[in-house]
Design a protein around this ligand. Structure first.
Ligand SMILES: [Zn+2]
Length: 505
């Protein structure tokens, strides 16, 4: 559950003031000494112009609470929602007000006000996270809620998590991560299969028995759509072409299907972009994935860490920067022709020898960084900055985000495990009118890191103080119940309490 530690409001108010970024302040008051019934005798009054809101609550209350579900009626409430300031310039700033909600719980019942189905969902998520079983009985006989009032809205319109599906990853883990992200009010999840997407057209590029087939993609997309989180597919279209971690020396194609060697540069890490067959294959897989994912508004083309390539005789000829530009703009145009925008990681676009990027992530050469001004403005730059110089420091300056934004590119700030400065990054994104916020998780989607990544990022994306403790655990458990989890391995935030390889005493 978000935002439950009121004593931290003051600290965040200080932060917001320092950046002067937002007029809105979350209003949250809760009295845990005064619980009221939240059961079949309770009436929930919903005020929302979208009739889908009431339908959504009724369906989900039946799913979550069964016979103990409160009654839902549509009607006027005395609640009010925050209004977008008159000087709001960007559509994406105004869009955050469309997701606002207000809720009130007292002895007279429960009231929710929202402008959209999205706001209704976030309000219900909040109430569900706060509801506990009625006390003093053997089994659940209804629930109770603390009396409360809340007026809330997200800080950013685009709030994503980035999820990696390795061959080692359990499918249940990805579904739990998607559902939990929605419960914590993220509205996008970028899904990056690491050789685990089963293309019908090009099955050779995945590991054998790849779990993410069409039916599974469609099932997950439908779950996300219902919960208010849009899934975005990712295909690495330059570096990371092995679809395996570099430290593993594995390659999802070349280790099993060596016939396809000409599609890659000799070391296999990078696609051979001057081979017209590579360009055909990438477009065919992008089209297939995009369609399987229900044609979402974005498609991530990867392109990070494209270093160390030993160039083939085709690619060694001509200008590297012109090759890159044609490759990236060509893919962007192709994604645009499908009605979507391409996203790419930023690192090749910053010159690693430029001292102004000291302490920031940059892997570009002078050549690769030189293409920024001629890149298609349809591309969204995903600027991953992990505070590698000092992860215990709260960084305030985010010059790389400013660099891309000032050049008129849409840019998303992407933290990882730099928990301390996620809030300052979120504030910086808002102050620059930048595109959004993407929490990356890589191979750390488990244990304490999972909790810290999700909790800190969710709160940064909503511009509110972090509350640790039982909230992640309770939220994860709600997700498990929704999935009707019965397997021990799919409970908690680790598969095993004691790893199978453990030989200690
Ligand atoms: Zn080549």
């Amino acid at each position: 559950m978000k935002k439950l530690i009121l004593c931290m409001i003051a600290a965040v108010a200080g932060l917001t003031a320092a950046f002067g970024a937002t007029a809105f302040k979350q209003d949250f008051k809760m009295d845990t000494s005064s619980y009221v019934p939240f059961d079949a005798a309770t009436t929930l009054t919903l005020e929302c112009p979208d009739s889908e809101g009431a339908k959504w609550i009724k369906a989900h209350f039946a799913e979550w609470f069964g016979n103990a579900a409160p009654k839902v009626v549509e009607g006027k409430t005395e609640l009010s929602l925050p209004e977008a300031p008159a000087d709001a310039k960007a559509d994406r700033q105004i869009a955050t007000y469309d997701e606002a909600y207000a809720a009130k719980v007292d002895a007279s019942g429960v009231k929710i006000k929202a402008r959209t189905l999205a706001g209704v969902r976030w309000a219900c998520n909040t109430l569900r996270q706060l509801a506990i079983a009625k006390r003093g009985t053997f089994k659940v006989e209804g629930r109770i809620l603390p009396t409360l009032t809340i007026v809330d809205k997200p800080h950013l319109a685009f709030r994503a998590v980035h999820l990696c599906w390795f061959p080692e990853t359990r499918g249940e883990q990805i579904e739990r991560a998607i559902r939990l992200a929605a419960l914590l009010k993220f509205n996008y999840a970028i899904v990056e299969p690491w050789g685990t997407y089963k293309s019908e057209k090009h099955p050779w590029f995945a590991w054998p028995d790849a779990p993410l087939d069409k039916a599974e993609v469609k099932r997950l997309v439908a779950i996300g759509k219902d919960l208010g989180i849009t899934l975005i597919p990712q295909l690495n279209c330059y570096g990371h072409a092995s679809f395996a971690r570099s430290s593993s020396k594995k390659h999802s194609t070349l280790d099993i299907n060596p016939d396809y060697e000409p599609l890659f540069e000799p070391n296999g890490w990078v696609w051979c972009i001057m081979n017209p067959e590579t360009q055909r294959v990438l477009r065919e897989i992008i089209a297939e994935m995009h369609e399987d994912f229900g044609n979402p508004p974005y498609f991530h083309i990867g392109c990070d860490e494209a270093f160390g390539a030993q160039k083939c005789p085709l690619c060694v000829k001509g200008s590297h920067s012109e090759q890159l530009l044609a490759h990236l703009n060509g893919l962007s145009d192709f994604v645009k022709s499908r009605g979507a925008r391409a996203m790419m990681w930023h690192d090749m676009l910053l010159d690693k020898t430029d001292p102004k990027w000291k302490n920031f992530v940059k892997f570009g050469s002078k050549e690769s960084a030189s293409i920024v001004d001629r890149l298609s403005r349809d591309l969204i730059i995903c600027d991953w900055q992990y505070s590698y110089d000092n992860m215990k420091k709260k960084h305030v300056e985010w010059p790389t985000i400013s660099y891309f934004a000032d050049k008129g590119l849409d840019v998303a700030g992407c933290p990882w495990m730099n928990y301390l400065d996620m809030m300052t990054m979120s504030e910086h994104i808002v102050s620059k009118g930048a595109f959004g916020f993407i929490e990356t998780t890589w191979h750390r989607l488990r244990g304490k890191e999972w909790e810290k990544m999700y909790m800190n990022a969710a709160h940064a994306a909503w511009g509110s103080p972090v509350s640790h403790g039982v909230s992640f655990q309770r939220s994860l458990r709600l997700v498990g119940r929704d999935m009707k989890i019965k397997n021990y391995l799919d409970t908690g935030y680790i598969n095993y309490q004691i790893p199978p390889s453990y030989n200690g005493d």
